[in-house]
Design a protein around this ligand. Structure first.
Ligand code: FAD
Length: 292
């Protein structure tokens, strides 16, 4: 199918994007990599009257940059550029570990990191990783900028918290601390497919205990972030980790049945993947703590 007719806009500066959105508001959609938006338009699930194409903005960075304790990613940074970035590998290892799970190489060559966050797909990897890392986004409009914590970015399936006149100019990923460890796990039927369930883990050592935060994808309308009770060293020699994850899965996740998986299967995956991610992240936090 072909999209419904629309007016195409090709701004060359961020200010021109602000002005177009101030004038057009909810009539307009931003086009970045097009890997999600174009199929949606082709299937006529959305029919915006105007498309604002970011791809001709001048002076945009092509790769991630370091800024005040964060690795920042601008609106035209492709997912493949983040995947290959040494800066990301060194400073945001969880993001580096996750990139390989996002779609296929051809899609990552065109798709943007900012677009994936703006798209707010509850089955996407990057929103869950941003949430568990307590990252943030910078939204802008003709009237100014505001920083939104990751926990307030996602309102529902494919629904972000931007106003109609706002767009995202940056996603900010916190640089990992020396005593932290991370892990990402997911299960998809085929490599590159959206996962049936996935989970990102962030672990921190404090004395004899380890605190672990989990960010689940595909298990609710938005990424679900939660923190396990502090785990002592003995937890890793028994089933205490599995029990703690099971309590989170039963109490806080809300998976649905669909043609790909039943609630029972998704719940099983959430328990198994969650426990594996906790153990891997905690082991890395242990090693990191010894090295620092
Ligand atoms: C076959 C296939 C498999 C895929 N598998 C996965 C997968 O496993 N995991 C995964 O996470 N993704 C997957 N994707 C999606 C892919 O990662 C997309 O690239 C990504 O979700 C959107 O990025 P984009 O730059 O292409 O955005 P676009 O498609 O251009 O835009 C997506 C949405 O975000 C909005 N938007 C984009 N940029 C901005 C901005 N700067 N400010 C405000 N709004 C903005 C657009 O208006 C639109 O609503 C898959 C896609 C395909 C086609």
């Amino acid at each position: 199918m072909k999209p419904a007719p629309f007016t195409y806009h090709r701004p060359e500066t961020r200010g021109e994007v602000d002005a177009l959105l101030a004038e057009l508001g909810s009539e307009a959609k931003i086009l970045a990599g097009g890997q999600s938006l174009i199929p949606i338009l082709n299937m006529r699930l959305s029919s915006p009257a105007h498309l604002i194409d970011l791809n001709h903005l001048h002076d945009e960075t092509a790769g991630p940059a370091l800024d005040d304790g964060h690795v920042t990613v601008g609106p035209l940074v492709r997912q493949s550029s983040v995947e290959r970035s040494e800066l990301v590998t060194e400073r945001v290892p969880l993001l580096a570990e996750t990139m390989d799970f996002v779609a296929h190489p051809a899609i990552r060559n065109r798709g943007t990191v900012v677009g994936s966050i703006a798209h707010a797909d509850p089955a996407a990897e990057l929103p869950a990783v941003l949430a568990v890392l307590r990252g943030e986004v910078v939204a802008r409009s003709a009237t100014g900028r505001r920083t939104i914590p990751a926990g307030e970015c996602f309102r529902g399936p494919l629904e972000n918290s931007l106003e109609d006149t706002e767009w995202l100019e940056e996603v900010r990923w916190p640089v990992a601390a020396a005593d932290q460890g991370f892990a990402f796990e997911e299960f998809a039927r085929r490599s590159g497919d959206y996962a049936l369930c996935g989970v990102a883990a962030r672990a921190e050592r404090a004395g004899d205990t380890t605190t672990v935060a989990l960010g689940y994808l595909g298990m609710g309308d938005v990424p679900v972030c939660t923190e396990l009770p502090p785990l002592g060293a003995s937890a890793f020699e028994t089933d205490e980790v599995e029990d703690a994850v099971a309590r989170v899965v039963e109490g806080q996740l809300d998976p649905v049945d669909d043609i790909h998986a039943t609630v029972a299967f998704r719940t099983h995956l959430a328990r198994r993947l969650g426990a594996t991610a906790v153990r891997r992240a905690a082991a890395k936090a242990d090693t990191a703590g010894q090295d620092s």
